[in-house]
Design a protein around this ligand. Structure first.
Ligand SMILES: O=C(O)c1cc(=O)[nH]c(=O)n1[C@@H]1O[C@H](COP(=O)(O)O)[C@@H](O)[C@H]1O
Length: 307
């Protein structure tokens, strides 16, 4: 799967992933009305609005962006209807040939992790019948419970050609409170980077990168550069560009010299572009997905400028 992601990045010449993190206040009124006409102002109505919104954006970006990253919390809060919209969004993205990173950030003891693993990247059994439920290509995990909490994902990664992005240095302002603590002679994020890199050694793709990737926030430029040095064969998922304030220059150090090694996420900056002054003048609410396409092209140009 890491090879497939890299192939898509090379084909599109675009190391970006669009975060499908919908909220009702990003969704144009005419889409919301359509959804409410079908399901009322209910959880199902909101979930259907998400799906219509996501599909319109996917239709505009699938040829220029290699991957999408739906963040499960946005859907989960709307209950079963929301989770169906999550599943339908994944299915539609894959139909369009996009790689899907399910941002689920799971973390639990091994016996519980097995269930997360089977549901998201493996198979679930009902008697003799096997079901592939969520169908993400990659998922995000929190590794701070240690290797036995990550291990249950490895066999499904191998069996079903999936991948992981494991949190190493997160983009949030307070991530340093814990992740920058000194552990012996190194910071905790460096120690974690070393571990994730080691865990990934047994899972190398033909590209020379492991299917076990790392999440490295764009907002912490120096740490990103340090981690690139520690983890040369690990692909980075880099959130924090745009809405969280990180610039292309801030994250350039997350890439290897060959221009590979990182895929940069933007969620709000792309999906809600039509609400931003820079795009509002050229795109109205009816053209929200075209504004997203333009924002994705602008992000691609911005990143390629520093690579
Ligand atoms: O794992 C992630 O994707 C993630 C890790 C991290 O350190 N920081 C971070 O912002 N994210 C996710 O990346 C997305 C960022 O969204 P925007 O700030 O709108 O671009 C959200 O879905 C976050 O949950």
């Amino acid at each position: 799967m890491i090879d497939q992601l890299i192939k898509k990045i090379n084909e599109t010449q675009n190391p970006t992933v669009v975060g499908l993190d919908p909220r009702l206040d990003y969704i144009p009124e005419y889409i919301r009305e359509k959804a409410y006409d079908a399901y009322g102002k209910t959880l199902s109505g909101a979930a259907y609005a998400f799906l219509l919104f996501n599909k319109a954006i996917i239709d505009e970006i699938y040829d220029i962006v290699p991957a999408v990253k739906p963040q499960v919390a946005m859907y989960e809060q709307y209950g079963a209807a929301g989770m169906q919209a999550y599943i339908d969004t994944i299915a539609y993205s894959k139909e369009k040939g996009m790689v899907v990173i399910g941002d689920i950030k799971r973390s639990d003891i091994a016996s519980t992790a097995e269930s997360y693993s089977d549901g998201h990247i493996g198979r679930v059994l009902v008697e003799e019948n096997q079901f592939e439920v969520y169908k993400e290509d990659f998922i995000t995990l929190n590794p701070y419970l240690g290797y036995d909490s990550i291990e249950p994902y490895m066999s499904n990664c191998e069996a079903y050609d999936k991948g992981l992005f494991v949190l190493v240095k997160t983009s949030n302002p307070n991530s340093g409170e814990i992740q920058d603590i000194m552990v012996g002679s190194e910071h905790l994020y460096e120690y974690m980077g070393g571990l994730v890199s080691k865990w990934g050694e047994a899972y190398m793709g033909q590209s020379g990168y492991s299917r076990i990737g790392a999440v490295v926030g764009a907002t912490h430029s120096k740490q990103g550069q340090v981690l690139r040095g520690i983890m040369p064969k690990t692909y980075f998922l880099v959130p924090g560009y745009g809405a969280q304030g990180a610039t292309a220059e801030d994250l350039a150090g997350c890439f290897n010299k060959d221009g590979l090694g990182a895929i940069v996420n933007s969620s709000r900056g792309i999906i809600a572009a039509y609400q931003k002054p820079a795009y509002k003048k050229d795109f109205d609410a009816k053209d929200f997905a075209k504004a997203s396409r333009q924002a994705a092209l602008d992000m691609k140009a911005d990143l390629n400028r520093v690579l």
